[in-house]
Structures are given as C-alpha cells and as structure tokens.
Design a protein around this ligand. Structure first.
Ligand code: PHE
Length: 339
C-alpha cells in the first residue's frame, strides 16, 4: 500500500489527481481507512502490533500526501505567476483621452459666476410630477403654454396616481426650493431637460440653468443688475450690450426675455439679426409663491432660465447643436478645454 500510494502521488500531476489519491487512501472508504476498520476482526494477540503498524503507516502516508499537495500548489502558483507576468519594458499604449465638454464647461462657468454673487447650486429630479413641472408654475391642465413644451409623459405606474413627465425645464426646482427652504433663497440650478423636439437646433435632451432669488425687498432692479453682470462676465465683454424685452411666462409677472448684442464688435455670431435672445426671466408670479407655500405679501423674488447649449455654442462659435452629442473625440479635441 505504501509503495502504491507513493507511486500514485508521484504520478498525480495536478491538484485534482492528487485529491483522488488522498481520498482513495485516507478518505472514508479509502484503503488505509478500510484496513484500520478491520482491526477489530484481528485476533487480539496480533491486534496491538498491527494497530501500531497501521497508525505509523497512516502518519507516514498523510505526511507524504500533504507534502505532495504543497508541492503541487507551489508549482501551480509559479506557473500562474509566469503566465501573468507583466513585461514592464513594453511600450505604453495611451488610452484615448477626452477634454472637458463645452456643455460641462459652460455649466461650470455659469455656476462659478453666480457663486461670486452668493448663489448656491440646487438640483431636482429629471423625472418630475406634472404638478411641479406645470401646475405649481401656474400652467394648469389646458393652458396653451403646455403645447409649447412638447412634453414626454411617462406611462402611469401602478400605485402612483400622480402623472409624471420628463421635466421640460429646470423651473420645477424653483418650486422644490421654495417648499423646502426658508427664504432668503439664492439658487442656481444646472440640469438636463427634455422636449420631444429634434432638428438642427433642438435636441430631445438638452441643458438649462435656472436661477431663483427670493427675499423681502427683491425688485426688478436686482434682476436686471444681476443678469447684466452675469452676461458680461460670461462672455468676458464688459461692454456687452444687453436688452430686456417684455415677454410672457405663466410663472413670472412681469416677464422679460433678455437679448445680447451680436455683431463684429462683440464677436458674437447672430443669425442675421443684431440681437440674440439668451435668457428668460421675470418676477416670480404671486400665485407661484403661494403654490410653493410662501406668502406673496412677505416674499418677492425673481427667476430666470437659460439654455446651456446655446450659451456654450455662442461662446465657442459652435455651429451645429447635434455635434454636441456625438461623442466624436476629434470634435471634442477641437472644442473641449483641458481640466
Ligand atoms: N422655464 C423657462 C423656459 O424653459 C425659462 C424661464 C425660467 C423663464 C425662469 C422665466 C423665469 O423657457
């Protein structure tokens, strides 16, 4: 048995074969175990001597089996190390690296400028309730303004009886902020927005940046000063012409659209006109304040919203909106900025 086991061990070339030998010898129905079990049938006068001999053999064989096991493990480890060795002398293959995307860059710059004016960043969910996106903002169910928004409605989900949409603008975050924070409030809200619209100048997903200021004595002078300062800082043009034009948004009253002068002097490309619209704004409608739980007799404020793509395109002279989303590294190397 000793010789046979030793021969079998020597032949076992891997852990699996080794384990088979171990089980066949020392396992529950292994050969040595069998011999030990039969000890009881041995005549008593022989039993003692035979027992001692078998125990010695068991010690010897388990030692041999263990030794062979360790040897096989070491060999396996060495083979793995040899196979997985890294050749540090090979030339480095550099992974293609991008740059900061103009949309991210513009968002960062916008946030940084408003940060110097004391605004902090707020966020809200991309999937909004119809109420936050429309109702609370004074856009009730059959309001014509809903039609302009080309809304993506989400299918009703079981257990949730509120209709949900992909937010069509960042304005619902105004409502969330007014409901959760105690004024004064000064927030800037960059984020993704969605409208079912797709052509050279519209993408179904795009980015907006919302701003909201709420306080006791906030008036339109603050709105104007704040946004003129912002636009001149963003375009790095201290003399940039800025024009406020009366407009309409259901959630602000009065409402204004803001244009910047574009010509050879400012270097900003217009589409055949001298003025380019870049911002929507207005004094927060008293009904919106009330919907969000603020008393319009005590609190006033202004809000504004801008398209980040549009500002990024104007600043970096990017002509085609769609290229923004193509993840073309050549494009990014041209229009991107290093970190
Ligand atoms: N939410 C408006 C839009 O998407 C922009 C806006 C925001 C206008 C805040 C006024 C005040 O067009």
């Amino acid at each position: 048995l000793r010789q046979e086991t030793e021969a079998a061990l020597a032949e076992a070339g891997d852990v699996r074969a080794w384990d088979a030998v171990r089980v066949a010898t020392l396992g529950k129905s292994g050969r040595l175990t069998g011999l030990l079990k039969e000890l009881g049938k041995t005549p008593p006068e022989e039993r003692r001597a035979r027992g001692a001999a078998l125990n010695a053999l068991r010690d010897e064989l388990s030692e041999a089996i263990e030794a062979r096991g360790r040897a096989l493990e070491t060999a396996a480890l060495e083979a793995r190390l040899a196979a997985e060795r890294v050749d540090v002398t090979l030339p480095v293959t550099e992974a293609p690296r991008g740059l900061i995307h103009p949309i991210s860059r513009a968002a960062e710059e916008i946030v940084a400028i408003f940060a110097t004016m004391g605004f902090s960043v707020a966020e809200g969910p991309d999937i909004e309730t119809d109420w936050h996106n429309f109702g609370a903002l004074n856009i009730p169910a059959h309001h014509p303004a809903r039609a302009d928004h080309d809304t993506f409605y989400l299918p009703p989900s079981p257990g949730l009886d509120v209709p949900r949409v992909l937010r069509t603008h960042t304005s619902p975050v105004q409502v969330r902020a007014m409901r959760t924070e105690t004024p004064p409030i000064r927030i800037i809200v960059p984020g993704r927005t969605y409208r079912a619209d797709h052509d050279a100048t519209h993408s179904p997903m795009f980015h907006q940046c919302e701003g909201l200021v709420i306080g006791r004595d906030i008036h339109m002078g603050h709105l104007k000063g704040c946004l003129i300062d912002f636009l001149r800082a963003f375009f790095a043009l201290p003399e940039l012409p800025v024009r406020f034009r009366a407009s309409y948004f259901p959630f602000t009253e009065p409402s204004m659209e803001i244009d910047i002068g574009c010509d050879r002097r400012t270097g900003i490309l217009g589409e055949g006109s001298d003025w380019l619209e870049v911002l929507g704004s207005g004094m927060v409608h008293p009904r919106v304040l009330a919907n969000a739980g603020l008393d319009p007799a005590e609190w006033q404020g202004f809000a504004f919203g801008m398209g980040i793509e549009r500002l990024a395109m104007l600043k970096a002279c990017i002509a085609d909106l769609r290229a923004m989303y193509e993840s073309d590294l050549r494009w990014l190397r041209h229009y991107g900025t290093s970190p």
